[in-house]
Design a protein around this ligand. Structure first.
Ligand code: CUA
Length: 153
C-alpha cells in the first residue's frame, strides 16, 4: 500500500499547521507574560466576588459575571503586580476580555477559568464582555486600575 503524493503533501501541511499553532501559543504566552487559561475544579467559594491580597505584588481576583455586570467591577493594584483571575458566571455564558493583555476567557456557570496576568505599566485596563449575553451586553464591563508601584520599606 502506498500513500498518494498529494495525500502526503496534505499530511505535511497539516503537521506544519499544528506546529505553527503550538508555537504561536507558546510565543504569545511568553510575549504577553500571560498564562494559558486553565480550568480549575469547581467549588462554590469561587462564586463569591472578592480580591485577595497575598502580598504587595500578588493578588487573587475572584470575578463573577452575571447579567449584566462583573463583580468586582473595579480592581485597584500597584504596578508590577501579578494577578490570578478566577472567573465564573452566575447565569449565562459571558466573555472576559482584557485586550491590552491578550486575555480572552469565557465565564461559564458551574465552571472556573483561571489565568494569570502581570500588570507592569500603570493605567486603566478595561475588561469587557465579548460574548453576546442579552440586552445589557454592551454595558457589561469592569476595569483594572494599576497605580504607581509601591516602594518597599
Ligand atoms: Cu455578558 Cu455579554
Amino acid at each position: 500500500m502506498t500513500i498518494d503524493k498529494s495525500e502526503k503533501a496534505i499530511f505535511i501541511v497539516t503537521l506544519l499547521t499544528i506546529c505553527l499553532f503550538v508555537f504561536s501559543l507558546l510565543y504569545s504566552k511568553s510575549k504577553y507574560k500571560a498564562d494559558l487559561p486553565e480550568c480549575v475544579p469547581y467549588n462554590k467559594t469561587y462564586a463569591e466576588p472578592r480580591i485577595n491580597k497575598l502580598d504587595d505584588k500578588t493578588y487573587q481576583v475572584f470575578v463573577v459575571a452575571q447579567m449584566w455586570q462583573f463583580q468586582p467591577s473595579e480592581i485597584n493594584i500597584p504596578a508590577g503586580s501579578d494577578v490570578d483571575f478566577y472567573l465564573t458566571s452566575q447565569d449565562v455564558v459571558h466573555g472576559f476580555n482584557i485586550s491590552e493583555k491578550n486575555v480572552n476567557m469565557m465565564a461559564v456557570y458551574g465552571n472556573i477559568n483561571k489565568t494569570s496576568v502581570r500588570f507592569d505599566k500603570p493605567g486603566t485596563y478595561n475588561i469587557v464582555c465579548h460574548e453576546y449575553c442579552g440586552i445589557g451586553h454592551q454595558n457589561m464591563q469592569a476595569k483594572v486600575i494599576v497605580g504607581p508601584s509601591q516602594s518597599l520599606p
